[in-house]
Design a protein. Structure first.
Length: 137
C-alpha cells in the first residue's frame, strides 16, 4: 500500500517490533521512530550492534521487521537473503551529523597548524565531512 507519505509496507498488521542498528540516538533508531509514526502505532524498537545481528533476530521473530538503511554498504545482502522478504520502503532524511572530539582546543590547534586529524565515520556521511569541518575554522 502506498500512502500520501510516499512509503509502502505490505502486510504490516502483525508487526509488533522493529530490529535495526543501534546505539540509542543513531539515525537508524530515528528511522525506526519515523516508521512507527508512518504506521500509526507504537512498536518495540530493538537496537543491535550490527544490521546482521538485527537480521538474525528478525529471522527468529516473525512479529518483528528488519529496518536497514539503503546507505549501508552491504544492504544488498538483505535484499538477497532467502530468509527475509522485502516488505516495503520509505524515505527518511537522517538527523544532522556532528563531529565530536575529546578536546576542542586540541582539535582547533591541529586545524590551525594544518595537522592531520582522523575522523572515524560510516561510509554514508563521508561525503559531508567537509561541510562539518570547515565551519569549525
Amino acid at each position: 500500500m502506498i500512502t500520501e507519505h510516499g512509503f509502502w509496507l505490505r502486510n504490516n498488521e502483525s508487526i509488533t517490533c522493529i530490529s535495526t542498528l543501534g546505539p540509542v540516538g543513531s539515525s537508524s533508531e530515528a528511522a525506526a521512530i519515523h516508521m512507527e509514526i508512518l504506521l500509526g502505532r507504537k512498536l518495540k524498537i530493538h537496537l543491535f550492534s550490527s544490521f546482521e545481528l538485527a537480521s538474525a533476530y528478525t529471522e527468529n521473530h516473525t512479529d518483528c521487521t528488519l529496518l536497514v538503511a539503503n546507505a549501508y554498504r552491504d544492504s544488498d545482502y538483505f535484499y538477497m537473503n532467502p530468509k527475509t522478504t522485502l516488505m516495503g520502503s520509505f524515505f527518511f532524511s537522517p538527523p544532522h551529523y556532528f563531529i565530536c572530539s575529546r578536546s576542542k582546543d586540541e582539535l582547533k590547534r591541529k586545524l590551525e597548524n594544518k595537522k592531520r586529524i582522523s575522523i572515524v565515520t560510516h561510509k554514508a556521511p563521508a561525503s559531508r565531512l567537509n561541510d562539518l569541518i570547515y565551519p569549525m575554522k
